[in-house]
Design a protein around this ligand. Structure first.
Ligand SMILES: Cc1ncc(COP(=O)(O)O)c(C=O)c1O
Length: 382
């Protein structure tokens, strides 16, 4: 049996509709959108517009032209942070950040351009909005946070912190890498909602982007400049959306797949999917607990977590455990630090890391039981 439990890294199989949409585009519609006046280029442009509309609908955003496509969420977050920051700014980040946020912010601080604070975070990976307020200074420009931890699944109190930030004119940048396609998300007062296509949104690699509020779009400088197919006679970057932030040829084939992935999820119903995944996560957590001599990290309350489960087995090195699970049982998970040294420091698992399982749209009860049985066998041998 092969069991894939690494959805936090990527969704391994894409729905047939995703593959069909990509094949159809490359075979029948592939041309550079906005770069030609002939029908096929115009048609590619219309398809991109429709994909933008799907993304806007998915995140309940008002304007599809404020959807900007990038290659992944890392690129989107870098563009947003570096485009909004000014010398002397103060930035707040959560205690569970992935390096996609931590490294760009740390680099800005190291260059002496900004200062930053990390919100004190509990050992379960949870944040109290009151602790966000304690970090606010007179020059706080933005708060950047991952909506859920990719290490232990803890969910950040997005709505409360966005409200508190808005009241203080602090901008909010949200990394939805672990929640887009898992939890219902609405743009509302968020300034930048960054997403990646290849994880729970079921799209291919090389897709992602951000949705930006009108105010943030006005204030954000473009980090990439270049050809947009518009205002080509000008040396300066267009100021209108999305061209202000979309230079160079977009991964149109991938975006067609991403659009199909989002439509597929909408048809399944996010709330039903979440219910199913959390039932499986509950059983996974319970089964791991029963094995004994195992420490589980992250919230025990299912409402406060996603299907990403972190644990360590006493006496087992997590890299070796991962190796044995794969080689002997065909179970795929991920050990180590998960590109999140900050998150591991918060959980007290740095530098050893943890073993991580993450359930996703195709995980089954049988796979969970099989995995628990494998862990039990390994535990008995230890
Ligand atoms: C919370 C979080 N942020 C950012 C990323 C980076 O995603 P990508 O590699 O698609 O840019 C990941 C991927 O693991 C993640 O889990």
């Amino acid at each position: 049996m092969n069991v894939y439990l690494d959805y936090a890294a990527t969704s391994i199989r894409k729905p047939d509709a995703v593959i069909a949409a990509m094949t159809d585009f490359i075979m029948n519609h592939n041309a550079n959108p906005g770069r030609g006046g002939y029908e096929r280029s115009l048609e590619a442009g219309r398809l991109m517009l429709s994909a933008r509309q799907t993304v806007a609908d998915f995140f309940s955003a008002e304007k599809e032209d404020h959807v900007v496509f990038t290659l992944n969420v890392t690129m989107a977050l870098n563009m947003a942070i570096q485009g909004l920051v000014e010398p002397g700014d103060h930035i707040i980040i959560s205690g569970m950040e992935h390096n996609a946020v931590y490294r760009p912010v740390y680099a800005l601080a190291k260059e002496g351009k900004i200062t930053f604070d990390v919100i004190p975070t509990s050992e379960e990976g949870l944040t109290d909005p009151a602790d966000f307020l304690k970090c606010v200074r007179h020059n706080t420009k933005m708060v950047v946070f991952s909506h859920a931890s990719n290490v232990c699944g803890s969910i950040f109190p997005l709505r409360e912190v966005v409200r508190l930030a808005k009241e203080r004119s602090i901008m909010t940048i949200v990394d939805t890498a672990q929640t887009a396609g898992v939890l219902p998300l609405t743009m509302e007062d968020v300034d930048v909602m960054a997403f990646t296509g290849h994880k729970h949104l079921l799209g291919p690699n090389g897709t992602g982007g951000f949705i930006v509020s009108e105010e943030a779009a006005r204030r954000m400088k473009p980090i990439l400049r270049g050809g947009t197919g518009s205002l080509s006679h000008l040396a300066s970057q267009p100021e209108f959306m999305p061209d202000k932030f979309e230079s160079g040829t977009i991964n149109t084939v991938g975006i067609m797949g991403l659009k199909a992935g989002m439509v597929h999820l909408q048809q399944l119903g996010l709330r039903e999917e979440r219910k199913k995944e959390m039932t499986l996560t509950d059983r996974l957590l319970e089964g791991i607990r029963e094995i004994g001599q195992v420490k589980i990290y992250g919230p025990s309350d299912l409402e406060l977590r996603t299907g990403t489960v972190a644990f360590n087995m006493q006496g087992a090195d997590n890299a070796e455990l991962c190796y044995v699970l794969d080689k002997q049982f065909g179970i795929m998970g991920r050990p180590g630090l998960h590109c999140s040294p900050l998150g591991h420091q918060t959980l007290g698992t740095y530098p050893e890391g943890v073993m991580r399982f993450s359930v996703g749209s195709e995980t089954t009860v049988e796979e969970i039981e099989y995995t628990l049985d494998a862990l039990k066998q390994i535990g008995e041998k230890l």
